[in-house]
Design a protein around this ligand. Sequence first.
Ligand code: ZN
Ligand code: ZN
Length: 295
Amino acid sequence: MTLLNGLGIPELTAPELTGEWEWKLARMERGEMSRSEFMKEIAAMTQHIVDRAKTYDSDSIPGDFGELSAPCPKCGGLIKETYKKFQCQGCDFALWKIVAGRQFEAREIDELLTQRKIGPLSGFRNKMGRPFNAIIQLNDENAPQFDFGQGSAGSDGTAEEVDFSQDKALGVCPKCAANVFAHGMAYVCEKSVGPAKACDFRSGTVILQQTVEPEQMQKLLANGRTDLLKDFVSARTRRKFSAYLVRGTDGKVGFEFEKRAPKPAAKTASSTEVKVKPGEAAAPTTTTRRRKVTG
Ligand SMILES: [Zn+2]
Ligand SMILES: [Zn+2]
């Protein structure tokens, strides 16, 4: 809204706007206004908005942008928000507001500057349009960097030692029976990080936009599966889906999809269906599908 106000396009910000177009739409439906007349009005308004937006150089768009409470990490100066950046008023330090398709809030940048780290944050998209999550860190040159929790390698190429002594183990690694801890963007086997890497068990804290809470990872490690998690979003179809995360026989984490209730019509056909072995799930029309977690 700040940008729209700044651009001087009251049509887009006035509260009456929606009501007015709804009224026109209703008139058209009642036949009091022709469809072409309605479309003409929409086209005129769109043209007006485009013209108005074009006349502004993006760096000089006026707006009531605020300032950060955290000082500049380079010079201690005041950082102000502009249309595109968070810009220090005392030096050349600046951070882009939109990174990998995600816009930073001022409070997030405040946290990044004071903690030198923020996240995991979701809502980023790569060049292929696939969503991803990341921790953002300020490096030694005060430049923001994505940290995917892989453990940073030192200058000699060896991974840093990770100290889990203050952390609570979530369970037993399905691959090597060492302890599993939350680490950055993932739940990892304690043997999978550090210089003496001996295991590769790793499962994201966010998988296909579904946050996997520590208690769900505990359930997976203890019982072999999580509760039904309902907020996965398919990277391919962008649709939400529900699934259990399960511990595979190979120690990898996989999906197990919700069993669909048999359709009422399926009742008549039930006699022809494959018998389910005793002890297996009751719904005969569904097979349990599993696939590898790639998120
Ligand atoms: Zn500065
Ligand atoms: Zn392990």
